[in-house]
Design a protein around this ligand. Structure first.
Ligand code: ADE
Ligand code: ZN
Length: 337
């Protein structure tokens, strides 16, 4: 984690035209707002406020998301959170993002997914009308769900055909779920056939085998994290050859215990091996990451030149599910950086 103060270096990284391709709406709650909502609802805090954002790893973090999302029970709260997401993108100099939302965490909205998507869409539309960056929605399964639940979600997304929804995603804890690629293969196949893009969390709480399943069984257009692919040189070669992009989130990996220090993080080794890597925040507010701060963290740790930074920003644009016009505009702006 780096300070996001306005040093000239941070300002320059803010000005770098880029996209964010791996961030969760669930990770965007301000702790003060959560505390206020919990007090109003008479819901106890999971731990004292000074330790509220101290997580003991992924399982604890996901549990916290259930608590936080349950408090976002109205359309107005969801729309405001979505607007804030787009505002944060603009503050970081991103021109587009794909944002993941996982309906399982949002208990107040269970059984009302169309209404939930409409509330998010309202916030993102308002943001765009105010000149903030456009955002595509990736609706996510949780790794511990069943094949039937996955089929049900895909049926709903396919029948809705909501213009805001660009992709089917899967996230959650692979270490808790075991090998679940085969369980979700049919749902991902159906989503792909219906024109949805596919983005898959793997190689964070699973090893390289999870990344291989994401490619071979789930037809991933993009892999969220994917960092533990580094443990299998053949897989690194496959990712590079097929140009399957990884949406990497360095601070998240440090905060949730995947790597002990940035110097141990494989992003630079993956990049040097020819893998298409991009830099992202995962759960920006809850994990204390800003997009420009993540670029600064890596650039300092690995001594990246402007050329490398430009290439990574370009990867983020290419890997996004933005439409061709948005991509072309960002690529033109990047050439001027
Ligand atoms: N949901 C939100 N953040 C996540 C992460 N880092 N891994 C898996 N699922 C998540
Ligand atoms: Zn994630």
């Amino acid at each position: 984690m780096l300070p996001t103060s306005s040093t000239p270096r941070i300002q320059r990284l803010r000005a770098l035209p880029k996209a964010e391709v791996h961030a969760h709406l669930e990770g965007c709650f301000q702790p003060t707002v959560l505390e206020q909502w919990a007090t109003q609802a008479g819901v106890p805090m999971p731990r004292p406020r000074d330790r509220l954002l101290q997580f003991e790893g992924l399982a604890d973090f996901l549990h916290f998301l259930d608590w936080a999302c349950a408090l976002a029970s109205t359309s107005a709260r969801l729309a405001e959170l979505s607007y804030g997401f787009s505002q944060r993108l603009a503050d970081s100099g991103a021109g587009y993002a794909d944002v993941i939302v996982n309906p399982t965490h949002w208990t107040a909205w269970h059984g009302r997914l169309p209404e939930m998507i409409d509330a998010i869409d309202a916030g993102l539309n308002a943001a765009e009308q105010d000149g903030l960056p456009p955002v595509g929605l990736c609706v996510s399964l949780l790794r511990t769900q069943s094949a039937d639940a996955a089929a049900e979600l895909v049926d709903l997304l396919v029948s809705l055909r909501h213009p805001r929804v660009v992709a089917l995603s899967i996230d959650g804890n692979e270490a808790a779920a075991g090998r679940t690629g085969p369980r979700f293969a049919q749902a991902f196949k159906r989503a792909g056939a219906a024109g949805l893009r596919r983005t898959v969390h793997a190689g964070e709480s699973s090893g390289p085998e999870g990344v291989r399943d994401a490619i071979e069984l789930l037809g991933a257009d993009r892999i969220d994290h994917g960092v533990r692919a580094i443990e299998d040189p053949d897989l690194v070669g496959l990712l590079a050859d097929r140009r399957i992009p990884l949406g990497i989130c360095p601070t998240s990996n440090l905060r949730l215990g995947v790597y002990p220090a940035i110097e141990d993080h494989p992003i630079d080794r993956l990049r040097r091996a020819g893998v298409v890597v991009s830099i992202n925040t995962d759960d920006p507010v809850l994990l204390g990451a800003s997009l420009e701060g993540e670029y600064a963290l890596c650039s300092e740790a690995f001594g990246w030149s402007d050329e490398v930074l430009r290439a990574l920003a370009r990867n983020s644009i290419d890997a996004s599910f933005a439409n061709a016009d948005i991509k072309a505009g960002l690529i033109q702006a990047l050439a001027r950086w």
